[in-house]
Design a protein around this ligand. Structure first.
Ligand SMILES: Cc1ncc(COP(=O)(O)O)c(C=O)c1O
Length: 387
C-alpha cells in the first residue's frame, strides 16, 4: 500500500507543513490552522441551518480555539479545565455548552457561576445535581444510539440513555425548575454508516412528539454531536453526502420547521489539518528467517497515538523513501508491549527503510496531543506546532 499525498492534503498545505517539519526535530505534530478554517467553512456551508459547537477535546490548542472563536464558533466543553482555557480566550458563557454527562456537582456550580446555562445529561443523579447547582438552566438529554460497529471510535454505550428514560428525565427536569430544552446523541466518532443518523433522528422525533402530546413539553433543540468523517486509510463518503443525507432525514421527520440544530464536530474539523512526524529508531527481524520486519519509531500509543488501540484508527503513513514495499509491524519506543500500533492490519513500508528515516502520520491533528502521556518511560508529551 502506498500513500499518495494528494489524497490527503492540497499541495500548498502539504508544502507548508513539510517545510516546517524539515527544520524540526522529531517527534512532533504540525497543524495547519488554514486547513481547519476551511473545514469549518465547509461544515457551515453544508449545514447552513446548524450552530457549531467545537468539541474542544479534539485539540484544545489556543491557536485553534481562538481562530474558531473569531469565526463565530461555539464550544462544547468537557471539564472545568477546558472551561477556564476557553473563557480565558474571551469566549462568553452564552457560547458554551457543558456537554459531558459525567460531572461533579461542584463542577456544575463552577460552570453556573461563570454564566453557563446549557447542560447535557443522561441520568437522574446528574439531573438533580444540575437542578441544584445550576437552577433554571437549559438541559438536553443524550440518548443511546446504534452504530457502534460502523464507527471507528464508538461512543454510545458509556453515554446516553434509553428513549423512555429520556422522557422521564425531561419531565423531571421541568418539575425541578429546569428548562427541558432538547435531546442529543453522538453516533460514534468517525461514523461510516450515514443511516445511523436516520435511526437516531427518528428516535428523537418520537420523544419530541410524546412529550408534546402527553406532557405539554415542547422541546426546541437537537444536538447531533460529532461523528463526521476525517480522512484516514479506509475511505468514507464525502462531507457533502453526509450533509445531504442527514438534512434529508431531518426534513423527513421534522418538515421545514426544524428545531434548533447543534453540531459538535471535533475530528472532522481538525484531523486532516495535522501531520505527526516521527523518526524510525530501529528496523528489526525477530529471527533469521522472519518475513516481517518490526519498525520501532519514536512515537507510540503513549505519545499521541492512543487511537491505534485495537487498531481502531488507521492513520495513513507516508515516507519519503519509495520503492518496493514489505509488510511491517509498527511499534512505539517505550518498554511496554502494549505500545504496538499496527500488527494485524498489514502496513507496507519500503524495504530500504532505515534508522533515522522519517514517518509522516497523516490526519493526526485531532485526538493526538491531548492524549499524550506526560512522562511515560521519561518521554515528554508530544510537541505540537501550529502554523
Ligand atoms: C459530547 C461530544 N461531542 C462531540 C464530540 C466530537 O466528536 P467527533 O470527534 O466525532 O467529531 C465528542 C467526542 O468524544 C463528544 O464526546
Amino acid at each position: 500500500m502506498s500513500i499518495k499525498i494528494e489524497d490527503y492534503y492540497n499541495r500548498e498545505a502539504f508544502k507548508r507543513m513539510k517545510n516546517f517539519a524539515d527544520d524540526h526535530e522529531t517527534p512532533f505534530v504540525v497543524v495547519d490552522t488554514q486547513v481547519i478554517s476551511q473545514a469549518y467553512d465547509d461544515l457551515v456551508s453544508n449545514f447552513p441551518f446548524a450552530k457549531i459547537y467545537y468539541a474542544v477535546k479534539a485539540n484544545p490548542a489556543n491557536e485553534i480555539a481562538s481562530m474558531l472563536r473569531d469565526k463565530g464558533s461555539n464550544f462544547d466543553i468537557a471539564s472545568i479545565y477546558e472551561l477556564d482555557k476557553i473563557m480565558k480566550l474571551g469566549v462568553g458563557a452564552d457560547r458554551i455548552s457543558y456537554g459531558n454527562t459525567i460531572k461533579k456537582a461542584r463542577d456544575i456550580r463552577y460552570f453556573y457561576e461563570r454564566g453557563v446555562r446549557m447542560y447535557a445529561t443522561d441520568s437522574e443523579a446528574d439531573l438533580r445535581n444540575i437542578a441544584k447547582a445550576a437552577p433554571g438552566s437549559k438541559v438536553y438529554v443524550r440518548i443511546l444510539t446504534e452504530g457502534s460497529t460502523s464507527a471507528d471510535w464508538p461512543l454510545s454505550r458509556k453515554f446516553g440513555c434509553n428513549p423512555d428514560m429520556a422522557l422521564d428525565l425531561l419531565i423531571l427536569a421541568k418539575q425541578l425548575g429546569l428548562d427541558p430544552y432538547g435531546l442529543s446523541f453522538h453516533v460514534g466518532s468517525q461514523q461510516r454508516d450515514i443511516d445511523v443518523w436516520d435511526a437516531a433522528i427518528a428516535k428523537v422525533k418520537v420523544i419530541f412528539e410524546r412529550l408534546k402530546e402527553e406532557d405539554g413539553i415542547s422541546l426546541r433543540m437537537i444536538n447531533m454531536g460529532g461523528g463526521f468523517p476525517a480522512n484516514y486509510i479506509t475511505k468514507t463518503n464525502s462531507l457533502e453526502t453526509y450533509a445531504a443525507e442527514i438534512t434529508r432525514f431531518l426534513k423527513e421527520d421534522f418538515g421545514d420547521e426544524l428545531p434548533e440544530i447543534i453540531l459538535e464536530p471535533g475530528r472532522s474539523l481538525i484531523a486532516n489539518a495535522g501531520i505527526l512526524v516521527s523518526e524510525v529508531v530501529l528496523v528489526a527481524r525477530k529471527s533469521r528467517t522472519a518475513v516481517e520486519r518490526w519498525v520501532y519509531t519514536d512515537v507510540g500509543k503513549f505519545s499521541g497515538l492512543i487511537e491505534t488501540m485495537d487498531e481502531s484508527i488507521k492513520f495513513p503513513i507516508w515516507t519519503e523513501k519509495q520503492g518496493e514495499m514489505e509488510e511491517v509491524i509498527i511499534a512505539g519506543p517505550t518498554c511496554d508491549s502494549a505500545d504496538i500500533m499496527y500488527e494485524n492490519y498489514k502496513y507496507g513500508l519500503p524495504l530500504n527503510l532505515a534508522s533515522g528515516d522519517r514517518l509522516y502520520w497523516f490526519s493526526t491533528g485531532a485526538y493526538t496531543t491531548s492524549y499524550s502521556a506526560v512522562e511515560f518511560n521519561g518521554f515528554p508529551p508530544l510537541k505540537a506546532y501550529y502554523i
